[in-house]
Design a protein. Sequence first.
Length: 256
Amino acid sequence: MAEELEKWRYPRFFSDTIDENDRIIYMNDEDSKHIAQVLRMRKGDKAIICDKNGHDYLCELSSLENKNAIEFGILDKKDNLAEPDVEITLFQAVPKNDKLDFIVQKATELGAVRIVPFLSKRCVSRPDAKSADKKEQRLQRIAYEASKQCGRGKIPEVMPFTDFKSAVNSVDSDTLPILFYECGGKKLSELDLSYKKIAVFIGSRLCTFKRCYPCTSGRTHFKMRNGTCCGTCCIDEFNRKPIIILFNMLILIKST
């Protein structure tokens, strides 16, 4: 088992250009420069390349002739084991400053497949269309880098900024919507978690909405960024450094 895990411990990348017939993977310009100039990889060095659909390829660097389009040869393939069985979409009210960067990073690490920033009544930060577009691009980049770092098989999609009503109305009928509320509601263990899709709502002030199941977050009144992580884990803060203590929701779902 240890040998098998060690076999797949190499630098990770994503690629859209995978030719299984010729067993060649072509890297884009940005990743090629990173491989050649930063990592200084040489012919014969190995890497893990994911197709963004949950499949990992063990590869060997085969060509450095074109520094802007490096080629890897495919040695082996397996399903990525980091992707959860349930699709979690995080609907996140826009917080102040750069806290959304942290939220996107941790939501990616915890297995969210989609992140939808929305503006609620009590949101202080209200970016205009141009600023929101730039933030969306930056957040998508953060999700991409976090996916590589934590070994995800897919890159979560950061959706365009929207309003609360539109966010709620976008939830499909086959999705379980959950909103964490410090003043009461059902426990996670009391919900029907047989759904394959779950929508987690975190507001700027935790509140109920008629189409969501209010779910108790206990007696603690979480800060917004802590409340976000409470949807999938419990969070403790020491000297303002969030520390993940217990992964909660996905374990509960797997046990049902």
